[in-house]
Design a protein around this ligand. Structure first.
Ligand code: WTA
Length: 655
């Protein structure tokens, strides 16, 4: 008996067509054009990717084989040589884009900098020479633990330029989390800053690096390169620590990009598994460059006059692919913002959009739910007329949050691209192309051309429309991760063995539950680890949460299962309320009724708990695993190093 898949219980009927003015100007202009591309790629994926690699990127030497697939290990553009820093910088210098803004940076205290392509190129070359001077060579790993300042992107591009492998660790992570990652990746050097600004306070980055390296606990690290940002006093260890501005004064700005093998490692980025130690996701050069380039171009519909802003941090994959590599490879203007909405300036995002005339805005559902809670008077007080396209990533977006984004930020005029992907996939996999694909709130819609996504059962059979199952991908794609750093076996186990290969065909297992509707649209229902089994019905978290969020009093919701003798599991909902709404038992009953009304009695939460805030990862994902332990009255176990705010857990425990 195959294990029952996941049941879908929420129905969403709204449909939004792209507006004609948008479609006419768009890179991909119609559903027919999308379908043509999709079918062409499906018929011959290798020819499809090879043609794009040829027309969109600069190669020092062309590949001789497009794809070498020895499942689950893929090699793309075999024996081709390429440099992603060259594609992001040098090739634009011989065009009019030489003096176009590459990065527009806004610091939290209100300082700002703009770097043209020529300026960015110069800084990257100097930084690369600085790294070399400190002993970094091709193949060495470099840790990057930085605030959101241009030097974060510069350091990444400088590593790529000389063939060093970067491993960015999010600047909000603790010294222990940093140390574990530096040790696992065997970093030779760490790039950091004295500090960074976050919510009106200084994050003492260099101090954390000192802690991470104390007592020789990361013996592989020989040097620390420190960028000056906040200017508070810090300790500098002789021979180990070097100021970037001292080094910069003495290095040349001449540093040709190293021709890299297409399959040379570009970076390692750690993702936290729900248990066990973080996995070092390995991405290589050629395929990643192509995949991030073409997805950025088509999904964000880049036009040369656009100002594009992705609000992610460079410490996670969205920042790698869609602040740095994808936009710069396309010669776009990419905004980088150091700050976060905070008490002293809750409307800062809207200020940035108005100040720079941002046209394309890409953020996360968690941020959108926070904006809703802060109130629409904030965006309404700014001029957001420049916006023409909106995007979201990171979690399923609740349909009501989508509608708010559409109405209040997009003024019912801007398409929304709800982009499903993962650190492992390198780039966006399922998404509308904004001029072509009609959208439905809460659905990531259709696969990107060349991505053979499917919903399957645990035996790898496609499931019928509207039946829930496991989101999987049937053919390798250029941006896919190549392995887990130092652990090929874990790579195989985690992504390729839950669904055994069938007739020699391997399926990539994403770990998400989803369904496809009658139009082929994908609806992600949450992580399969989070599925709740109520009386034999396997329910995803997203649909129940969306039903709760559609109640006017609810700001955010997270549901988990709690062991129950009768039903197997009972649904426990953790709910945060809109400002000015008081918690009461009546409201609890009303919310239970509301869920029953929206999706049926099967999804009725047995218990509702009001909370001030939900536990989230640093990248804004709700950590249901912790809530599950709380609901069951168990000790919290497993890795909590990625938790954003520990006090949230303490409060939940007391409440
Ligand atoms: C979730 C972030 C629904 C999903 C780029 C995935 C989403 C995990 C969406 C990867 C979306 C991301 N709709 N779910 N549009 N985008 N997810 O590695 O569960 O930080 O597996 O990559 O986020 O998270 P990661």
């Amino acid at each position: 008996m195959p294990q029952p898949t996941i049941e879908s219980i929420l129905h969403e009927e709204r449909l939004f067509h792209p507006v004609a003015e948008f479609s006419q100007q768009a890179q991909i202009k119609s559903l027919e054009q999308y379908q043509q591309l999709y079918n062409k790629a499906k018929a011959d994926p290798q020819a499809f990717w090879a043609e794009l690699a040829d027309t969109e990127l600069h190669w020092f030497q062309k590949w001789d084989t497009v794809l070498d697939w020895q499942p689950p290990f893929a090699k793309w553009f075999v024996n081709g040589t390429i440099n992603i820093s060259y594609n992001c910088l040098d090739r634009h210098l011989t065009t009019w884009r030489r003096n176009k803004a590459a990065l527009i940076w806004e610091g939290e205290p209100g300082d700002s900098r703009t770097l043209t392509y020529a300026q960015l190129h110069r800084e990257v070359c100097q930084f690369a020479n600085g790294l070399k001077q400190l002993g970094v060579e091709k193949g060495d790993r470099v840790g990057i633990y930085m605030p959101m300042i241009p030097e974060a992107a510069i350091a990444m591009l400088a590593c790529a330029r000389i063939g060093a492998v970067h491993s960015v660790v999010f600047g909000g992570f603790s010294a222990e989390a940093l140390r574990d990652r530096l040790v696992d990746v065997q970093a030779k050097l760490v790039v950091t800053a004295d500090g960074g600004w976050r919510k009106d306070a200084i994050v003492p980055l260099k101090e954390q690096v000192d802690k991470a390296l104390a007592n020789n606990s990361a013996p592989n690290v020989e040097k620390v390169l420190v960028v000056r940002r906040t200017e508070q006093p810090i300790d500098m260890e002789r021979d180990r620590d070097h100021w970037w501005h001292d080094l910069q004064a003495g290095v040349s700005a001449d540093c040709p990009a190293e021709p890299m093998d297409s399959e040379d490692m570009l970076f390692v980025l750690y993702t936290s598994g729900s248990t066990g130690k973080p996995k070092g996701v390995v991405h290589t050069t050629g395929g990643y460059n192509l995949y991030t380039h073409i997805t950025t171009k088509w999904i964000f519909d880049l036009q040369d006059t656009d100002v594009y802003w992705c609000t992610a941090d460079v410490g996670w994959i969205t920042g790698h692919s869609y602040i740095v590599y994808g936009p710069l490879s396309n010669g776009a203007t990419s905004v980088m913002y150091e700050g976060a909405p905070r008490a002293s300036n809750p409307g800062c995002f809207w200020d940035v959009i108005e100040k720079y005339g941002v046209n394309i805005f890409y953020t996360a559902p968690t941020a959108i739910r926070a904006f809703i809670k802060m109130g629409e008077h904030l965006p309404n007080a700014r001029n957001l007329d420049s916006l023409r396209l909106l995007g979201t990533v990171g979690e399923p977006i609740n349909p009501e949050a989508w509608m708010w984004y559409h109405r209040i930020i997009g003024k019912e005029r801007c398409p929304i691209v709800d982009t499903w992907w993962q650190t492992e996939t390198g780039g966006i996999m399922i998404t509308p192309l904004p001029g072509a694909v009609p959208t439905k709130p809460g659905s990531a819609t259709l696969p990107f051309p060349g991505i053979l996504a499917d919903i399957v059962d645990l035996e790898g059979n496609s499931v019928p429309a509207n039946e829930g199952g496991y989101l999987a991908v049937r053919h390798p794609w250029p941006g896919m991760m190549r392995t887990v750093y130092g652990d090929r076996d874990r790579f195989r186990r985690t992504y390729w063995e839950h669904i055994p290969p069938k007739d020699g065909q391997y399926l990539y297992f994403a770990g998400d539950g989803a369904r496809q509707d009658e139009d082929g649209y994908f609806w992600v229902m949450g992580r399969v680890d989070d599925v709740i089994n109520v009386a034999g019905h396997r329910l995803g978290t997203m649909e129940i949460e969306s039903a709760l969020v559609s109640h006017p009093s609810v700001a955010e919701a997270a549901v988990v299962g709690k062991p129950d003798d009768l039903k197997g599991e009972d649904i426990v909902a953790f709910v945060t309320l809109e400002n000015n709404i008081n918690a009461s038992d009546e409201l609890k009953n009303e919310l239970k009724k509301h869920v029953v009304q929206e999706i049926g009695a099967i999804a009725r939460p047995g218990e509702i708990k009001f909370a001030d805030a939900l536990p989230k990862t640093r990248s804004g994902k709700i950590m249901r695993r912790l809530l599950r332990s709380l609901a069951a009255g168990e000790e919290i176990s497993g890795d909590t190093s990625t938790l954003e705010d520990r006090s949230v857990l303490e409060k939940l425990r007391e409440g």
